[in-house]
Ligand binder design. Sequence first.
Ligand SMILES: C[S@@+](CC[C@H](N)C(=O)[O-])C[C@H]1O[C@@H](n2cnc3c(N)ncnc32)[C@H](O)[C@@H]1O
Length: 301
Amino acid sequence: MRIASYICEKASWWNEAWPAMRQTVLSHFQVESLLAARRAGRPSASVSLDLELTIADVTLEEDGVRFPDGQSLTWQDLEIIRASERGCFVIEENTPRKIQFFSEQTNQLYSLMPTKRAPTMLISGIPMHRVKGTDPHADTLEKIKTIAPITGYVLDTATGLGYTAIQAAQTAEHVTTIELDPAALEVARLNPWSQSLFENLKITQMIGDSFEEIEKFEANLFARIIHDPPMFNLAGDLYSGEFYRHLFRVLQPRGRLFHYIGDLESKSGRVVTKGVMRRLEEAGFRRVSPRPAAFGVIAFK
Ligand SMILES: C[S@@+](CC[C@H](N)C(=O)[O-])C[C@H]1O[C@@H](n2cnc3c(N)ncnc32)[C@H](O)[C@@H]1O
């Protein structure tokens, strides 16, 4: 598979398929600010309507709040959002709808969980980014930093909310990102922090199993690979010697791989890391070395 052909395909259809989305999305963090303004008797409040990316003015009324797009929510609706510590809500037709999708394909529930900055995605309750002592945005920067500078063609094997793909696309020539479950992309589509995934023409999305899709790429295609799979016991194939041999094959000579694993110093992390490093070396990678701050390892071809 060549990159140039599907960049052109994408350019022709993406505008229709992915209309610009600028919807109001709230979590308990923003609702706390609205309730505080009400308690203080203010007529309006400045809060974020896109999970802390920007700030907008919201009018406080007797029955509830009115947003700049004309939609409104009652104080009771806002209490529902405030009570949900692990949920984000999109406001549609004056009603809050929790951002979550059940996938019949994988039997998993995908949802958006707020933090004080970028949200993470939960897959059946498990966060897909680090949130303790850091946040998903800082977590993404740590991962990307390990294989900087990000140049040329980049492969991102697990799209999720698209944070690694979006960050890589800032300096890469092109990013190809693969996601197994369309339900994960439904969540991303409603996440204000993921919009560039659908708007940046340097990013090509593929839906499929990376374990299978990797076979379709020609050898020596990518200058950088970001491998950020779910944890070992949820996606064993993506930690196998067979998959690593394909990663090695599609990476350019002198290319770099970052492989997220999890806390390298935890009991299970130590065991998984040892096996990952051994199999990467067996697949041909050299200078395989741990990057504990990024919860992963790097390797060179
Ligand atoms: C840890 S998250 C990736 C986070 C992402 N890098 C980001 O920056 O938001 C892992 C993602 O891999 C997806 N996934 C799981 N198995 C996969 C597979 N075999 N091929 C492609 N994607 C897979 C999951 O659905 C999930 O969205």
